[in-house]
Design a protein around this ligand. Structure first.
Ligand SMILES: *Cc1c(COP(=O)(O)O)cnc(C)c1O
Length: 375
């Protein structure tokens, strides 16, 4: 049976192999030696040896896939990317604040998600906008050399892949080289594990799982150890990174099933050749779709070429009265969830790790045929 291709921005398509394995293990989970334990993963205590073994393997596989250095902690939390917009400032905004004084944080605004993060952080600290792409309608990344970084900032927040606007940082800025003492915090929700991360430039990275890692419900935080232990007194204990780290992400009950599913995705990623292999495939997929858009006079993507996302590709029909027909035809052709985000309209194809090249080829073929019959 050929499943349709699902271009949803998140929750998003999962590898079929992973779903089949989860189905097989649903009622009776087998350990690494194949021995069944009589319980499904949802029914296990998070304190039991079965779930602990799932957790340990999941963490180790992720550390290997993302080449996370030993001095970084990997935390599996709840609340999603949006909760992290509060949890990060609650933990890190006071890093460089004077005793008892308010912390300062800089934001580079490149789209909807960094704007959201900026707004939320303002509840907990002094925020400043170091640069913004809003005047250009978020179609480019302001050059790092133009950022107005403040002296006292504890960290600089970036959203390294703007899921809605289709903008992606192709390299991370080196804050030290820019004369800043701040840590770099990145929201990598929608491109984590699609490309390597240069951890030498990063203090903390966070991301919800439901784009590239697995189902909704678990949020990944990777944080350098020396940044732990600086939370504001009002920070909820369950959201204090040090408490979470000291308890191996089990200060309270973690989202066990989502962690298990993410673990199956990590095993799948390793079978695919790891993050470097995924990156090569993601480049090929994105090039195919952008080339098809740029070569046509019918479709348009307005993002600067050096800032285009490999993961989320918004595009518009020049004749927007054809939008409904385009979407209906796509659905009939087995190409699902291509409608753009309500704030920007048009179309958006999210082509995360789990989207095969064949899915993008099918989309491009459909787009050409639609243009031929409606152009
Ligand atoms: C989806 C997304 C979020 C929000 O995640 P939730 O799990 O809905 O809170 C945050 N940042 C980015 C970049 C995202 O793509």
């Amino acid at each position: 049976m050929q499943r349709p291709y699902n271009f949803s921005a998140g929750p998003a398509t999962m590898p079929a192999e992973v779903l089949a394995q989860a189905a097989d293990e649903m009622l009776d989970w087998p350990d690494a030696s194949g021995k069944r334990c009589g319980m499904g993963v949802m029914e296990m205590s998070h304190r039991g040896k079965e779930f602990q073994s799932i957790y340990d393997r999941t963490e180790a596989d992720l550390r290997e896939l993302l080449a996370v250095p030993a001095n970084f902690k990997i935390l599996f939390m709840q609340g999603g990317g949006l909760a992290e917009n509060a949890i990060v400032p609650l933990n890190l905004s006071a890093l460089r604040a004077a005793q008892g004084g308010q912390g300062h944080v800089d934001f580079v605004l490149t789209g909807s998600w960094s704007e959201k993060s900026h707004k939320e952080a303002g509840k907990y600290c002094q925020t400043a906008v170091a640069a913004s792409g809003k005047a250009d309608g978020f179609t480019a990344i302001p050059a790092a050399s133009s950022w107005q970084l403040s002296d006292q900032a504890s960290y600089v927040h970036l959203c390294t892949n703007e899921t809605i606007n289709g903008i992606e940082f192709q390299t991370l800025p080196d804050l030290k080289a820019l004369g800043s003492k701040a840590e770099l915090v990145i929201d990598f929700s929608s491109h984590v594990a699609s490309r390597p991360v240069d951890w030498s430039k990063v203090g903390l990275a966070f991301g919800g799982a439901q784009k590239n890692l697995g189902p909704a419900g678990v949020t990944l935080v990777v944080v350098r150890e020396d940044l732990l232990g600086h939370a504001l007194p009002v920070c909820p204990s369950a959201f204090d990174y040090k408490t979470v780290a000291d308890n191996g992400s089990m200060y309270n009950t973690p989202p066990t099933y989502s962690i298990y599913m993410a673990g199956l995705v990590f095993q799948w990623l390793k079978r695919q050749g790891g993050v470097a292999a995924m990156e090569a495939r993601n480049i090929a997929k994105a090039e195919l779709l952008y080339e098809a858009i740029d070569a046509s006079g019918f479709y348009i993507n307005g993002v600067a070429r050096n800032a285009r996302s490999r993961m989320n590709i918004p595009f518009f029909l020049r004749n927007e009265t054809l939008n409904d027909a385009f979407l209906a035809g796509a659905k009939a052709a087995g190409l699902l969830q291509l409608k753009g985000h309500k704030s920007v309209g048009g179309m958006r194809a999210s082509i995360y790790n789990a989207m095969p090249l064949g899915g993008v080829q099918a989309l491009v073929a459909y787009m050409r045929e639609f243009e031929r019959t409606h152009g």
